[in-house]
Design a protein around this ligand. Structure first.
Ligand code: H79
Length: 429
């Protein structure tokens, strides 16, 4: 395996430190698909031609766009970084690229939306991430493959695709891609995260050779040496071909296997990433807390997505979900930031009702109560002599306990603190 940065594990840990400490970020999927309001893959799902899709370009007019509001909401919810789709698979650029006319500045929006996003979020002290789609369903040289809106029927052969793609030249697309990534990493100051999406190597798919991945990676590392990159460029033979893994829309129970790695699970409120008006599958407050807490309890990050509307606002359901998270985070964020899974000797038996996190700097252990004991008794098996004090995290109110055999028995008040998931803070001996 090769490497570009020639870093030691300690040097990488230092580069990643702010990100691992942060634990919680905001993803923002915004593009022309917000107008269709039925999934960011609408062009592909409905096999729309670029001509049919043109109405969304012509009518893109987010007259309520105010990224300062977005940044305030992200900050209130406790999110420490934000990653915006500068271009999604549809190919539409939210930024003022020299290399295409298919960009926000040429729509009724008439503005570089990426620039405004960067300025607003930076002003709130939120780290800046760019999502950039490797896939491009608009660029004329991007060859039509089996995942493209203009794909052929199931029975089409390689020869059929070769005929269809006559005249398209991926070399020109590669140059375009590299040029745009260069613009993004040159024109907007320090960029903290680059989120490239995605490769699908294999039969008639696209991988690092199509993207010119090695040269692209070298350029990225050179332009922004501190940047943190996701793992979707298909460059696995470089030790620093990526910085973190990206389990997408997986259940909390599937996160355990990433323990010990750098990872971030990306999750949606309702299933789609782009604004989807009629989707009725919104996660509950409790489910969102479960994703956040279980991520930290397994040593990873959560990036939670908002799909703003075509007016440029967060939808009322997204606002409601963010408000609930703000309320919880305001009182309980110390069990999230700078935390990870506890050392083995502080692990409670596996239980659906409790998730543990641990702050290695302060040596405090956090118990997240997904069920509140009816009799107020909480037994910590084998915890005798392991703790010196106990309190609720939200208000630092003392929790009494006694030692029985090798166990600690915590006596909680009858009344549950007013949080969907209350947190106990234990001071370790
Ligand atoms: O931007 C969001 C999504 O639009 C994008 N990634 C997040 C962050 C994304 N959507 N789907 N996927 C990533 C995974 C897609 C997998 C599939 Fe396929 C596409 C399954 C079938 C078509 C790739 C190609 C895997 C098999 C064939």
């Amino acid at each position: 395996t090769q490497s570009i940065l020639k870093e030691t594990a300690d040097q990488k840990a230092k580069r990643m430190e702010w990100w691992t400490d942060a634990r919680f970020g905001m993803f923002i999927h915004w593009g022309l698909y917000a107008e269709a309001a039925r999934h960011e893959w609408v062009k592909q799902r409905e096999r729309m031609t670029t001509a049919q899709y043109q109405k969304y370009f012509d009518h893109f007019n987010p007259d309520e766009f105010d990224p300062k509001k977005w940044a305030k909401e992200a900050k209130a919810a406790g999110m420490k970084y934000a990653v915006l789709t500068t271009k999604h698979h549809e190919g539409f650029c939210l930024f003022d690229s020299k290399y295409t006319d298919y960009k926000a500045t040429n729509t009724p929006a008439k503005r570089d939306l990426v620039k405004e996003f960067v300025e607003a979020f930076r002003a709130e002290g939120i780290k800046i991430g760019f999502y950039y789609s490797l896939i491009d369903w608009h660029h004329p040289d991007f060859t039509i493959d089996r995942v493209h809106p203009q794909r052929l029927g199931e029975n089409a052969t390689e020869a059929d695709y070769a005929a269809l793609n006559k005249g398209k030249d991926m070399r020109r697309y590669r140059e375009y891609l590299h040029n745009q990534v260069k613009e993004l990493l040159t024109n907007y100051g320090k960029i903290d995260i680059l989120w490239l999406d995605f490769s699908y190597p294999g039969k008639n798919g696209k991988g690092h050779e199509d993207w010119g991945g090695v040269d692209l990676l070298k350029m990225i590392r050179k332009l922004q040496p501190g940047i943190i990159i996701d793992n979707r460029l298909d460059l696995n033979n470089y030790t620093d071909g990526y910085d973190f893994e990206t389990p997408e829309q997986v259940k909390p129970s599937a996160l355990q296997k990433y323990k010990g790695k750098y990872w971030e699970t990306c999750q949606t409120f309702s299933g789609s990433w782009g604004y989807y008006r009629d989707e009725n599958t919104w996660k509950t407050h409790r489910q969102l807390l479960d994703l956040l807490i279980t991520s930290v309890a397994n040593g990873g990050n959560l990036i939670l997505n908002v799909g703003p509307t075509a007016r440029g606002e967060f939808d009322y359901r997204a606002n409601h979900a963010l408000d609930s998270l703000s309320y919880w985070m305001h009182a309980n964020n110390k069990s999230i930031y700078n935390c990870t899974y506890p050392p083995d000797n502080y692990k409670l038996p596996e239980s659906a009702d409790i998730r543990q996190t641990y702050n290695p700097h302060t040596k405090r252990l956090y118990l997240h109560l997904f069920a509140y004991p009816a009799d107020g008794k909480l037994v910590l098996p084998g915890f005798a002599n392991k703790i010196s004090y106990a309190q609720f995290l939200n208000d630092a109110s003392e929790l009494l306990y006694k030692t029985e055999g090798g166990n600690i028995i915590l006596q909680l008040p009858k009344q549950q603190p007013p949080y969907a998931v209350p947190v106990i803070e234990l001071f370790l001996q």
